[in-house]
Design a protein around this ligand. Structure first.
Ligand code: HEC
Length: 113
């Protein structure tokens, strides 16, 4: 039988890796640093959208965004309008975010997620 000390060590290692996974899943994919608009978009996404749509846009309470928004919204203006005005269970962001922030986060969902 294994000694309790070894068992405890194993548990500690397990807990450590679970915490690490939880931490990495909280951050959204990095925007290319050369584009300040996309970098801003990442910040806006992490603080306003990731909670419902998932850190990677994989979906959750809100719809999956990653890889589908350019198909669902061929015209970026239509996507910007949806984010500004909201739809169904999704709140509108026109009061909370500036037009620049909405455009930045829209580009982020189309070009980075
Ligand atoms: C409170 C949860 C919530 C938050 C916060 C939220 N959304 Fe949503 N979002 C939803 C839901 C629910 C839908 C589906 C609405 C429907 O179709 O009725 C949706 C739909 C969308 C769609 C349309 C997807 C499609 O393919 O039809 C886009 C784009 C979108 N959200 C972007 C964003 C962005 C960008 C943010 C942050 C600025 C954001 N959402 C914040 C819940 C949320």
């Amino acid at each position: 039988m294994r000694s309790p000390r070894v068992l405890l060590l194993g548990l500690a290692v397990l807990a450590g890796s679970v915490t690490a996974v939880a931490c990495t899943s909280g951050s959204s994919p990095a925007a290319p640093t050369g584009d300040p608009v996309l970098v801003e978009g990442q910040k806006v996404y992490s603080s306003n959208c990731a909670g419902c749509h998932g850190a990677n846009g994989q979906g959750g309470y809100g719809k999956k965004l990653s890889g589908v928004v350019t198909t669902d919204y061929p015209d970026i203006a239509a996507q910007i309008a949806l984010i500004a005005n909201g739809k169904g269970a999704m709140p509108g962001f026109s009061q909370k975010l500036s037009a620049e922030q909405i455009e930045a986060v829209t580009r982020y969902t189309r070009e980075v997620l």
